[in-house]
Write a new protein. Structure first.
Length: 68
């Protein structure tokens, strides 16, 4: 995946978790103290959100588009 310059992110190794319900997962992360830093619909890929946990670790949750 290519990050666009206006997204405010930089190239790095990143952990991704595939999820079924995007909104529910992001809201749960917030309720548990996480901070969504970036959320985007990525064309031909799915929805993703970069989240920083209370200990400052960063991870990504992603609801991929269905694959045919």
């Amino acid at each position: 995946m290519r990050f666009e310059t206006d997204w405010g992110v930089w190239p790095r190794w990143q952990v991704y978790f595939a999820i079924d319900d995007f909104d529910e997962t992001v809201h749960l992360a917030e309720a548990l103290g996480g901070v969504p830093e970036f959320a985007r619909e990525v064309p031909n890929t799915g929805q993703l959100c970069i989240i920083r946990d209370p200990a400052k670790a960063v991870f990504v949750v992603m609801r991929p588009n269905d694959v045919a």
